[in-house]
Ligand binder design. Structure first.
Ligand code: FPP
Length: 254
């Protein structure tokens, strides 16, 4: 690959994470129920897989249900879980057509049986696809993920002195191995729809150097041109990872 191609490719984020917010507000504005908002949101989820693949994005992760979403009204939770159980099987043929592989993040063991089964089947059916990874984040929380990483780390040692020595030598790179995210790339671009400007416990570890992008568009109304606007904005950013602008541009020696 030539260096100019290399530069162009770096302008496309490899992993785009999306906080799909605004389903409820969109529904209210249309005079629909909140669940109808989630239903339309689930349809955009299907579209975004197609747009992401076309744009050359390798992974797209979607915050579908957070560890904090259990605090919502029971009926809304049941509706969201039922939506997953009914819509996911219908999406599998399209995902096969797109070459999309479904992965999950979060503790899916706590989901109702029907939703869990639908997920397991979709993950298995799409496991050999290679065009784009779709990472559904379900019962996911960034803080919980880090706590789990600490628990995994601590469970790894037989003696206290072994643990102490490894703890003293621990680096972010070494710790990442305990997070169970081997298949997940660092987040390059984190998009939040719906106008709020916060990351709500999403990807706390892997978004350390993510570019953040906020849009007022509510998720059910999200379109390909909204995604293109985010990608264009990303392409104009200078990602410095702690370095100076001169270093990044190669004007100044290392
Ligand atoms: C946030 O909007 C959205 C959610 C908490 C749920 C997102 C879920 C989907 C898009 C459906 C997933 C479906 C499948 C099949 C995986 P909000 O309800 O907080 O909106 P509001 O802030 O306007 O009230």
């Amino acid at each position: 690959m030539s260096s100019s191609e290399d530069q162009i490719n770096q302008r496309v984020p490899q992993h785009v994470a999306i906080i799909m917010d605004g389903n409820g507000r969109w529904a209210k504005a249309q005079g629909f129920s909140r669940l109808e908002g989630h239903k339309q949101g689930a349809k955009r989820l299907r579209d975004v897989i197609h747009w992401a693949r076309d744009a050359g994005i390798k992974q797209v992760s979607l915050y579908a249900f957070s560890t904090e979403n259990w605090k919502r009204p029971k009926l809304e939770i049941q509706g969201l879980m039922a939506l997953m159980a009914t819509m996911l099987p219908l999406e599998v043929p399209k995902m096969m057509e797109e070459g999309a592989r479904l992965l999950t993040l979060g503790d899916t063991s706590k989901l109702p049986w029907l939703a869990r089964k639908a997920l397991q089947r979709a993950v298995k059916a799409t496991q050999d696809n290679t065009s784009v990874d779709v990472i559904l984040c379900l019962n996911y929380g960034g803080q919980q993920e880090i706590i789990e990483g600490i628990q995994n780390f601590c469970a790894n040692f037989e003696t206290a002195s072994e643990k102490e020595a490894s703890l003293a030598a621990l680096t972010p790179e070494l710790f990442a191995a305990y997070l169970g995210r081997e298949q997940i790339l660092p987040v390059d671009l984190l998009i939040r729809t719906g106008g709020e400007k916060r990351i709500s416990n999403f990807h706390l570890w892997d978004a350390a150097y993510a570019e953040l992008y906020f849009t007022d568009t509510n998720w059910p109304a999200y379109s390909e041109s909204d995604l293109k606007a985010a990608l264009d904005d990303y392409a104009r950013r200078e990602r410095r990872f702690g370095k100076t602008s001169e270093q990044v541009q190669g004007v100044e020696n290392e």
